[in-house]
Design a protein around this ligand. Structure first.
Ligand code: MN
Length: 135
């Protein structure tokens, strides 16, 4: 089976390194972007299977990135999992309203992060399959 490709959009080098390490260890093909615009461009060029999206980003924030990804026919089907330290009430709703399908809180838990991502991705892939077959 071909490796699933995950794009991580994250401006904090430590977080980017840790998330990349954990997902590569799990067998994913990881690509990286360090600001919102780069994330948008990389998503369009690489068509990843999943996007992990930080919200506080330079150039363009994660909310705007999510909105634009969902507005573009090229990228609207790619599931987005927000990874953010915004833990206050209402932030989850804002992330989902911007177009993200899910949400993981920072700081990430290194023991469970890869499993959380895998579970989310498999659930999203399952939804796409049932949409295609008309179930
Ligand atoms: Mn950030």
């Amino acid at each position: 089976m071909q490796k699933k490709k995950i794009l991580i959009v994250e401006d904090n080098e430590q977080n980017l390194y840790l998330e990349t390490f954990l997902l590569e260890k799990q067998g994913y093909d990881v690509i990286q972007a360090r600001n919102g615009q780069e994330g948008l461009d990389t998503a369009a060029a690489e068509r990843p299977d999943l996007i992990l999206l930080d919200i506080q980003l330079p150039v363009m924030d994660g909310y705007e990135v999510a909105r634009r990804l969902k507005q573009s026919q090229e990228t609207q089907r790619i599931p987005i999992l927000a990874v953010t330290s915004y833990a206050m009430a209402g932030d989850r709703e804002a992330v989902l309203a911007a177009g993200c399908e899910g949400y993981i809180e920072k700081p990430i838990d290194p023991d469970h992060f890869a499993e959380q991502v895998k579970r989310f991705l498999n659930a999203e892939l399952g939804k796409m399959k049932s949409e295609e077959s008309g179930d």
